[in-house]
Design a protein around this ligand. Structure first.
Ligand code: SF4
Ligand code: SF4
Length: 191
């Protein structure tokens, strides 16, 4: 993928954004980055990203909020933790990616057309509403919202898995869903 080379200016910064991210537990060490590039080197997906993990870290701490929240990188991150393990400064890069994803969803600035932000939202909603995730219903919702034609292409496979009992169309629900919803909302508000 072609890397972004756009020149950035002082006026592009959203002052305070980096500090806000650093105030979140797990993201505090962002300020210690020495820009060594190890994270980008070990990341198995960096060749597909519009910004490398090293660039995302640098842009985050220097307040380039719109660029990082609108980037495809945070959604391509597979949470493999290779970067966090290898970082010489013990920076929680994967956790920072999670934090950026949550902010992108909250502010509705994620790139349109990418399936992963939709998958993340539907997954969270399913857990909140039912306490259980049904894979086939989740995949169907994601495809219908991002690529309905692909959903039709996957239907034969899906029906085969339902027929053989590998998947079910019935949404399981836990007891005490209201309590779970309250817990999740409290965690969310505590951020
Ligand atoms: S590996 Fe760690 S110190 Fe090096 S660029 Fe990445 S985040 Fe910064
Ligand atoms: S956790 Fe994400 S950014 Fe880090 S190496 Fe894995 S895919 Fe790349």
């Amino acid at each position: 993928m072609e890397m972004t080379r756009t020149i950035k200016y002082e006026a592009d910064r959203v002052k305070g954004f980096g500090e806000e991210v650093m105030s979140v537990p797990g993201c505090e060490k962002l300020k210690d980055c020495i820009q060594c590039g190890t994270c980008s080197g070990v990341c198995p997906l960096s060749i597909y990203m519009d910004f490398t993990p090293r660039q995302v870290i640098e842009m985050t701490r220097f307040d380039f909020k719109n660029e990082v929240l609108g980037s495809k990188t945070i959604w391509l991150c597979a949470s493999c933790y290779a970067c966090s393990v290898e970082c010489p400064q013990q920076i929680g890069i994967t956790d920072i990616m999670y934090e950026l994803k949550q902010r992108a969803i909250k502010e509705k600035v994620y790139p349109r057309g990418l399936p992963t932000p939709v998958l993340a939202q539907e997954f969270t909603k399913m857990v909140h509403d039912y306490g259980r995730v049904n894979e086939i219903l989740l995949a169907t919702k994601m495809y219908m919202k991002t690529n309905p034609l692909a959903a039709m292409g996957m239907s034969t496979l899906g029906l085969g898995m339902i027929k053989t009992g590998r998947f079910s169309m019935i949404q399981e629900k836990i007891q005490g869903r209201a309590d779970l919803a309250r817990m999740l909302e409290t965690v969310d508000e505590g951020k």
